[in-house]
Design a protein around this ligand. Sequence first.
Ligand code: NAD
Length: 284
Amino acid sequence: MPDIKTLTVLGTGVLGSQIAYQAAFHGFAVTAYDLDDQAIEKARARFAQLAGIYRTQVAGAKDGQAEAAPANLRLTTDLGTAVADADLVIEAVPELLELKRDIYRKLAELAPAKTIFATNSSTLLPSDLKDATGRPDRFLAIHYANNIWAQNIAEVMGTTDTDPAVFDAVVEFARNSGLEPIEIRKEKAGYVLNSLLVPLLNAAAGLLLQGIASPETIDKTWRIATGAPTGPFQIYDVVGLGTAYNIAASSADSGSKAFAQYLKENYIDHGKLGVSTGEGFYTY
Ligand code: NAD
């Protein structure tokens, strides 16, 4: 099984910065790559914010662990330098098929033969990207949830071409970087988490739009009857109503389109985007 000690993260946005910081916090040597100096400055600010979060919110953090993490993190705008010694590259660039395929074509030329490539894509399948990597046997998906220090799962999903030893190595890497690995045996859009969550959120939206019950009642039902800590509209507020709108508006389904319109008129046009703005279905 390949041994993963060095990690390179491509893209230092919302998820890339968290993936890099989480691994650095757990002692991996991490290189984070982004396009230009402006993006690198933003990454530094994200890392500083994450240091505070890890110091105060991560249970079991050893003394000085959060302070030690930055020493394991290096930032660069040079892709060749970024991947020169990478055992694993995790790609967390924007969710655009051609942009991702383009970066894998470049990686195929620049990365050493040993390097495993992994995508953090939420909606694309690794099969959509594998031929661009030039090494489909060393390519798979590792999908994190936002706020990974708290929602700490890593869904690992290969294609039929992924070498089982590579799959196992990435599962082991996830475990060693403080995450609960979720082993997915067959490719599935939405992985396990979104395959469960999206139907729940859609059903809740349908109940609201049909006037069956209020968001508070729907959430209360789910919480009390299943023991879950939050209901679907509380989850919408955490995900962000802008993201919920984008997903609903781009769906071909008429119910989803109606929900997108509802979100726009009642929340988004009034600057209410959920937890991030202090108000959504609930006030924070
Ligand atoms: P983001 O927009 O916050 O960050 C993207 C980063 O990529 C930016 O820093 C941008 O400068 C950089 N970038 C753009 N083009 C690049 C290129 N060619 N090379 C290198 N870097 C480039 O996006 P995000 O929310 O972090 O999402 C990134 C990926 O993670 C997507 O595939 C998304 O599906 C996935 N994901 C997101 C979430 C989430 O909650 N945001 C959760 C799980 C997975």
